[in-house]
Design a protein around this ligand. Structure first.
Ligand SMILES: *Cc1c(COP(=O)(O)O)cnc(C)c1O
Length: 376
């Protein structure tokens, strides 16, 4: 009996060919394929500008610099998120301030953010947790009149929709991840999208050491040596490679099929487990999710989660503990300013079920049977 993993990226010959073609072209660093991927991605999520980077963590780092966040500032974030959300705030010398989430969606709401705003708040990072769209406009209506930028951490959100548009389209700045644990993957990779052209130009420089003219543009210019770049501020090496972008272009075309299949499988989990779960993640009224993380709350009378996970593993099912909470980890322990009851409930009692494009109904039935046994 083979183990059913929690996630398998949906990669094939087409991605392998695209990566090989990039290698054969002789241009493997950031170049024409990155530019093409940026344009295709911007079009697919309805963004004005897209800047490809090495990860979503790098995207969040640049987004915060772009939003003018620095030492002494505060940024409101959900604790219930992958720790990179909070870490990006720390990278720029600011302080992450943890807000609670809505217990049904796992996302920030205007009501959980409002009590944490102070004179030092410079930004809010609203996460589309597990691909569930956050109600961004409600948070923007609260924050923007106060001069606070709302950055959308759409790491998990490519393929989800918010009020009829792709997730991220409503944001001033949004950050996406292409890690294999998300839907669309480039191995490692990320994207920043934004509305403002000057901001996009600055982010392009910041991802490439602060260079005024990109290496690819210098190379392409006739007699390249005559184009001399300057370095007007301190930048980073947050570049994506053309090999990654080549894979991303193929994956982007497959994204709608991935989302459709995941939604089908998630609906089937709901049918089969609805009576058992203390709550199975679902679409909110303001959008549709891609089920990047198909999580459920274990029933109150279920055994301890570590026991459930061990019993599932014995039956060849690889599930995961639910979404982490940053305020319970060493770097941020004891820093929460308010109680975070919904965060602690979800992080303590949730379980992420196997869900991937090639999961069969037979495999899914095995997961369901194993889970029913495991919870007793
Ligand atoms: C995965 C994830 C990140 C980090 O993405 P990387 O591309 O691995 O850097 C950031 N925020 C959230 C909410 C994530 O799920």
């Amino acid at each position: 009996m083979s183990t059913i993993p929690v996630m398998i990226p949906w990669l094939g010959e087409e991605e392998a060919e695209a990566a090989a073609a990039a290698v054969r072209s002789g241009w493997v660093a950031q170049g024409p394929r990155v530019a093409e991927f940026e344009q295709a991605f911007a079009a697919s999520v309805g963004a004005e500008h897209a800047v490809a980077v090495s990860s979503c963590t790098a995207a969040l780092h640049l987004a915060l610099i772009g939003a003018g966040v620095g030492p002494g500032d505060e940024v409101v974030v959900p604790s219930l998120s992958f720790i990179a959300t909070a870490n990006a705030v720390t990278y720029v010398g600011a302080t992450p301030v943890f807000a609670d989430v809505d217990a049904a969606t796992g996302n920030l709401t205007a009501a959980t953010v409002a009590p944490l705003l102070t004179e030092r708040t410079r930004a809010v990072i609203a996460v589309d947790q597990g691909g569930v769209p956050v109600d961004l406009e409600a948070i923007q209506e609260l924050a923007e009149p106060l001069g606070i930028t709302v950055v959308e951490d759409a790491a998990c959100g490519a393929g989800s929709t918010y009020r009829g548009r792709p997730v991220g389209a409503a944001a001033e700045i949004a950050a996406y991840s292409f890690h294999p644990r998300k839907l669309l993957t480039t191995g490692e990779g990320g994207m920043v999208t934004c509305r403002d052209g000057e901001l996009a130009a600055r982010l392009r420089r910041l991802r490439e050491h602060g260079m005024s003219v990109s290496a690819a543009d210098r190379h392409a210019a006739a007699g390249g040596a005559s184009v001399v770049e300057t370095y007007d501020e301190i930048g980073f090496n947050h570049r994506m490679t053309d090999i990654q972008a080549a894979i991303g272009l193929v994956q982007l075309r497959k994204l709608p099929a991935m989302v459709a299949r995941r939604r089908e499988l998630a609906a089937r989990y709901r049918e089969l487990l609805g009576d058992l779960a203390g709550g199975l993640v679902a679409d909110p009224e303001h959008g549709t999710g891609n089920f990047q993380a198909c999580w459920l709350l274990l029933p109150e009378d279920a055994p301890d989660r570590t026991v459930v996970l061990a019993r599932l593993a014995e039956r060849g099912v690889s599930a995961r503990r639910g979404i982490m909470a940053a305020h319970l980890e060493t770097p941020y322990k004891g820093t929460a300013r308010v109680p975070l009851p919904a965060t602690e409930l979800i992080t303590g009692r949730s379980l992420i079920l196997p869900l991937f494009h090639t999961l069969t109904e037979q495999q899914q039935d095995r997961v369901v049977a194993a889970l029913r046994d495991a919870v007793g």
